[in-house]
Design a binder for this molecule. Structure first.
Ligand SMILES: Nc1ncnc2c1ncn2[C@@H]1O[C@H](COP(=O)(O)OP(=O)(O)OP(=O)(O)O)[C@@H](O)[C@H]1O
Length: 711
């Protein structure tokens, strides 16, 4: 039994009280409360009248919209946004920011002939919000309301409100550097400070300066024809002052109140095992509490799969009269089709239990969710620079921030009163930092630098909210130079431009371009698709390693793990010709292969083939049984991850200081090979190279950058 403190509190840590339906913050010099009532706008009644005839469901939706806290301040919000080029808007989770503001701006005519873009850090949020707002507008998604996420654009000429991932809008800068199709850009969930959000915000500032120049509006200057751009920055948990000062003291607006209360419980003591506590809390809810779906936040896929099996095991043992449990995992590596399953209605007599990473933390409303269990953990990517050209990204489990805790609690209570069970103490919550360090300060910058170079920009020159680390910039510059994306004057090369066009990590994009020259794109796409998947192909936990290696003997290739991957993909393709999904899963299970990884890789490969066609790369080009072109191509992208054998059997990095060993899960683990390349380093008791291939030393020496260094 997990013990929770009896006195519940509200999401921001204050004692619980009756939900306040007072909508706007009291007047205060720093804060601009938004009050209702500007004469130039349609009244809510009139707006309702002008809509098409509505069904019962539509009527309910429209009634619900009117009850959202933000609805009371609609006219005042429009007024403020009309008056200010940049607005920072803070409103509690569920107050209606993301779904309503774009509609208000469209209805008010403020967007003119342009589109309204609403950015989201994640695709699941962008697509589900577009669906919801299309429904509110009584239309199909893709018409008035659309979305654009990587590899999926659902919009048309008629689209006026578009939900987009921040990455897609950054990509759009490549073809339209002033984002001329948009008249309003709403940066939602800005508190997350993803690398792409920061790049976007820096660009928006510069674009606005161009588009909103007073001289241009008077009809003078070269940019006279440009329409002005409005920027709205939104979040429930934001350091408003910091954003405001970045945009030259932008107006800050506060929308207060949420439609339904969320009661928060903290554990009485800290919990040693968060997965076990989540399991027990789930069954406490399931057996004691009224109907309502449960959303559990966990750090990663492994915990999700582990907890999911445990819940299933115990649920099967419950008395027949207890409602059944429908388990729905949600994490980034899950194919998009499976991610959207969480939105399907819960069958009668069942309780849905969604086990999610922080991809469900912001923006989304999952109908039916009444209870949230927050383990207080997440995974954070962090770049560790060791020396120029030899840094690496780590993904570590850590405690969440206050912002995350509040966002997680905010996923309950969206359709009615909700409850959040925090598996940490109230003191732990109070001691959490408000928000995480921005990604720009802690992640690899290589891919972003390449994109910026394509826009004619530089990391050092662009005005960011937080400057990236000098060493990290140097590392990214060195990596791009080594890959041949930049020349020795730091200028973008033709290869660099092509690399940016491929939706892959720069080093993998370089492998594909090398394969184009060497005539082995077919083989390389098979390998690269697996390497780009969000999950690992081989299950290699230490306790099952021998059995797994035994079962996979038939795929083993003497030159290493990349050709072994190729063998697996070819076998999977063969199996897929005759087997159903269940048959494919069974085959993967028996061979200790990750079905999800292979399914995702097949989808990625299809998309890559399409991109290759657009780039006039012949993806059917194959080198047959000749291994050399494939290894040469891999070396070209992975040259930074090359290492030579030492007399003591370890390997010394060619471009870095580390001494590494071959990972025990590799097919080359007990071999002594003069030269290797690898996909990544894993830090445990030793530094291990994972995803290893044996390559002739001469292949490494022939990479132009190494020749250049020698000269
Ligand atoms: N798909 C949906 N199904 C049912 N109701 C929904 C859906 N999406 C939104 N809503 C309703 O609209 C409300 C406002 O949602 P919205 O996303 O606009 O709030 P928000 O202020 O942006 O919240 P957050 O800060 O959490 O993103 C929700 O609390 C919910 O009541």
């Amino acid at each position: 039994m997990v013990k929770f403190k009896s006195r519940p509190s509200t999401p921001n840590g204050k004692p619980a009280k009756r939900p306040r339906m007072a909508y706007m913050e009291d007047s205060d010099e720093e804060r601009t409360p938004v009050k209702a009532g500007k004469k130039n706008l349609e009244s809510p009644k009139k707006r309702m009248k002008s809509a098409a005839p509505v069904s019962g469901k539509q009527h309910a939706i429209q009634e619900q919209r009117k009850l959202l806290p933000i609805a009371q301040g609609r006219d005042a919000l429009i007024h403020e946004i009309r008056e200010n080029d940049v607005t920072v808007l803070i409103g509690e989770t569920g107050s209606g920011k993301t779904t309503q503001i774009p509609q208000y701006l469209l209805e008010s005519g403020l967007a003119g002939k342009g589109m309204i873009a609403v950015t989201q850090p994640r695709r699941v949020a962008a697509t589900s919000l577009a669906n919801r707002v299309a429904e509110e507008k009584n239309t199909e998604v893709g018409k008035l309301v659309g979305y654009s996420v990587r590899f999926d654009e659902t919009s048309s000429e008629a689209t006026r409100i578009k939900y987009v991932t921040d990455g897609m809008l950054v990509r759009e800068l490549l073809s339209d550097p002033i984002l001329s199709r948009y008249s309003v850009i709403i940066v939602d969930e800005a508190h997350e400070r993803t690398l792409r959000t920061d790049i976007l915000m820096a660009n928006l500032k510069a674009i606005q300066q161009k588009r909103n120049k007073p001289t241009d509006r008077k009809g003078k200057g070269p940019a006279a024809a440009l329409s002005p751009l409005k920027i709205v920055i939104m979040s429930a948990t934001l350091d408003a002052e910091k954003f405001s000062s970045f945009y030259n003291k932008a107006k800050i607006l506060y929308v207060k109140g949420r439609q339904h209360p969320v009661t928060i419980y903290h554990t009485a003591t800290s919990q040693a095992d968060y997965v076990d506590s989540a399991l027990r809390t789930f069954f406490q809810i399931h057996t004691d509490r009224p109907p309502g779906d449960v959303l559990i936040f966990l750090p990663g896929q492994e915990d999700i799969e582990g907890l999911s099996s445990s819940i299933q095991l115990y649920a099967n043992r419950l008395p027949q009269a207890t409602p059944g449990v429908l388990l729905c995992p949600l994490y980034a590596a899950l194919p998009p089709g499976q991610q959207t399953k969480i939105f399907s209605p819960t069958p009668k007599g069942m309780r849905k239990c969604i086990l999610a990473t922080n991809i469900a933390e912001t923006s989304i409303t999952i109908p039916g969710v009444k209870y949230v269990i927050d383990t207080g953990k997440c995974k954070e990517k962090r770049y560790i620079a060791r020396s120029v050209g030899s840094g690496f990204d780590t993904l570590l489990t850590r405690d969440i921030t206050k912002s995350s805790a509040m966002q997680r609690a905010g996923r309950a209570g969206r359709e009615g009163p909700g409850f959040c069970f925090r598996l940490y103490t109230e003191d732990a919550f109070k001691n959490m930092p408000l928000s995480a360090e921005p990604e720009i300060r802690r992640c690899t910058l290589t891919a972003s630098l390449l994109q910026l170079k394509c826009l004619g920009q530089d990391l050092e020159e662009l005005e960011f909210m937080d400057k990236p680390d000098e060493e990290n910039i140097l590392s990214a510059l060195a990596a791009l130079y080594i890959l041949g994306a930049l020349d020795d004057k730091k200028a973008l090369t033709k290869n660099g431009r092509d690399m940016a066009f491929l939706p892959l990590e720069p080093y993998l994009a370089r492998v594909v371009l090398a394969a184009r020259e060497l005539g082995c794109v077919r083989e390389i796409l098979d390998i690269v698709s697996v390497l780009s998947s969000n999950s690992k192909l081989f299950f290699d936990s230490a306790d099952q390693r021998d059995a797994a290696l035994e079962a996979r003997t038939k795929f083993r290739h003497s030159s290493g793990d990349h050709f072994t991957i190729l063998n697996v993909v070819r076998s999977f393709d063969e199996i897929a010709k005759t087997e159903t999904n269940a048959g494919k899963k069974d085959w993967c299970h028996k061979t200790y292969l990750n079905f999800r990884c292979l399914t995702e890789a097949v989808a990625i490969r299809t998309q890559l083939k399409e991109v290759c066609e657009r780039m006039k790369i012949d993806w059917t080009a194959s080198c047959g049984d000749n291994e050399q072109p494939v290894l040469r191509s891999l070396v070209r992208g992975l040259v930074q991850n090359a290492a030579f054998l030492q007399p003591d059997g370890s390997y010394k990095q060619v471009m870095g200081p580390s001494i590494v060993k071959i990972h025990p899960g590799s097919v080359l683990c007990d071999k002594k090979i003069p030269a290797i390349i690898y996909d990544e380093l894993v830090y445990t008791t030793n530094i291990y190279a994972r995803g290893v291939s044996a390559v002739p030393r001469s292949f490494i020496a022939e990479v132009p950058v190494l020749n250049h260094r020698k000269a």
